[in-house]
Design a binder for this molecule. Structure first.
Ligand code: ARG
Length: 458
């Protein structure tokens, strides 16, 4: 029986339930390539150090590359009775090269083996996220540049607040996803150390070379402490925190896409490629991808909570609880990746309905702040008093059922005699947007400068 590879001291087999709860092969087969890479590096190091012979290493290496081939062609038969990816690969190696296969596990434990495989997997996930975030940032920058002059309403409390530009709004997300990119790079730098060679927990008496295996696996260095090497899952927690926050950013943008797509807003259109229909209501055009992104945040946040909870009571070193680190991390990574891809697609697809946005930007007296600012800047009225005067003008406009710029001058002067005809210059939405030239403000020239700055930095 194959499971006897590691069951010398046991007289009988596992019960079915024990096998079912114990096996991780259904999900950790995702780490097959990392497992083979780790084994190749380990075997080569063992041979360089004279711990195994060159011939044995060559046999092991060619067996492993056959296995790699079998797995990538889908021909490999994964077996639950072999528990996990490590035992599946090693057992197949026995089939292929016989007893020599047993030399591969010299000076190694599944504890440093799984820590290495998982780290390599999570490092790849960092790199995939880095790439997708870069693509999303470039897409947002292109659209922001294109719409640096497209006026839209800005909201606070979901109430019309002040006019902004669509470009400025998209650039706010560039800042958020830019921080996400810096977080994933920061975490990758910290996690890129090799646990391989820690063995079970205490190191090994064999004269191994941990620097060599670290280099072979493109780690910056070996981890300094053998107990920490096999016990640490910080790197997955950091990845999941980054992923959760990035999902939150994706979800906020998704929520805005859902709102903007509503016929009540009608701020953007998504093409047929990014919308779905209804089975009963023929007129419907639903932004399902945006809703799904908003919905999938729960999985990723849940994975973060799950991993933190799983780790928090574990004594050093390895406990089998830690096998639970993988499924949720794998799920979070594939969720983040599909969501980033969908967002890239929607951001490049969406078309703002400029006229509609511009009209909406003027609704709700959105230039009232401009009027108050004008009273302060040009008449010298203290801002609090200017705020009060403007409030009375807003009331006057509501009373007449018109917008601020439609109040005739004599009616304005009836509210405050110091007001002159120049006031109308600041009341249009374009004037408002163009005047917001303070650093970080929405003025189109500012937005274009920020786009250029980001392109330089990326
Ligand atoms: N399948 C295990 C995991 O995913 C591998 C490590 C097993 N080590 C052990 N001592 N049982 O973590």
């Amino acid at each position: 029986d194959k499971c006897m590879l590691i069951r010398g001291r046991f007289a009988t087999k596992l019960t079915d339930v024990m096998e079912a709860i114990n096996a991780s092969i259904d999900f950790d087969q995702q780490m097959a390539m990392q497992d083979i890479d780790g084994s190749l590096a380990h075997s080569e190091m063992l041979s360089d150090q004279g711990i195994i012979t060159k011939e044995d290493h060559q046999l092991i290496a060619s067996g492993l590359s056959n296995i790699r081939q079998e797995i990538s062609e889908g021909k490999f038969k994964f077996s639950r009775s072999l528990e996990d990816i490590h035992m599946n690969v090693e057992s197949r190696l026995h089939d292929l090269i016989g007893m020599v296969a047993g030399r591969l596990h010299t000076a190694r434990s599944r504890n440093d083996q799984v820590a290495t495989d998982f780290r390599l997997w999570v490092r790849d996930a960092h790199d995939r996220a880095d790439e997708l975030l870069g693509e999303l940032l470039h897409t947002l920058l292109d659209r922001a540049e294109e719409h640096a002059n497209t006026v839209m309403p800005g909201f606070t409390h979901m109430q019309s607040a002040q006019p902004i530009t669509f470009g400025h709004h998209l650039m706010a997300y560039v800042e958020m996803f830019g921080r996400d990119l810096s977080r994933v790079r920061d975490s990758r730098r910290r996690m890129n150390e090799s646990p391989l060679g820690a063995a079970a927990l205490a190191g090994t008496s064999f004269m191994i070379d941990r620097d060599k295996t670290a280099r072979a696996l493109r780690f910056d260095r070996p981890m300094r402490n053998s107990l920490d090497s096999v016990s640490d899952r910080d790197f997955a927690v950091e990845y999941l925190s980054f992923a959760s926050l990035s999902m939150v950013h994706l979800s906020r943008l998704s929520e805005e896409i859902v709102l903007w797509m509503s016929p009540l807003f009608d701020f953007i259109k998504l093409s047929d490629e990014w919308t779905t229909g209804s089975s009963i209501m023929p007129q419907k055009r639903n932004p399902d991808a945006a809703e799904l992104i908003r919905g999938k945040v729960g999985r990723v946040n849940g994975s973060l909570a799950g991993l933190l909870t799983m780790m928090k009571g574990l004594p050093l070193a390895f406990s089998k609880d830690m096998q639970e680190d993988k499924e949720q991390t794998f799920d979070a990574a594939s969720t983040l990746e599909i969501c980033l891809q969908a967002m890239i697609g929607m951001v490049s697809d969406m078309q703002p309905v400029k006229e509609r946005m511009r009209t909406a930007a003027g609704l709700g007296h959105a230039t009232a702040t401009d009027l108050a600012d004008w009273l302060t800047r040009f008449i010298g009225i203290p801002f609090r008093e200017a705020h009060h005067i403007t409030g009375r003008l807003v009331r006057e406009a509501d009373h007449r059922g018109v917008s601020l710029e439609e109040i005739p001058l004599d009616a304005m002067q009836a509210v405050d005699g110091r007001i002159t005809a120049d006031v109308y210059i600041v009341l249009g939405v374009d004037n408002s947007v163009n005047s917001r030239v303070s650093f970080g403000g929405t003025a189109p020239a500012n937005v274009l400068k920020q786009v250029a700055g980001w392109r330089n930095r990326l």
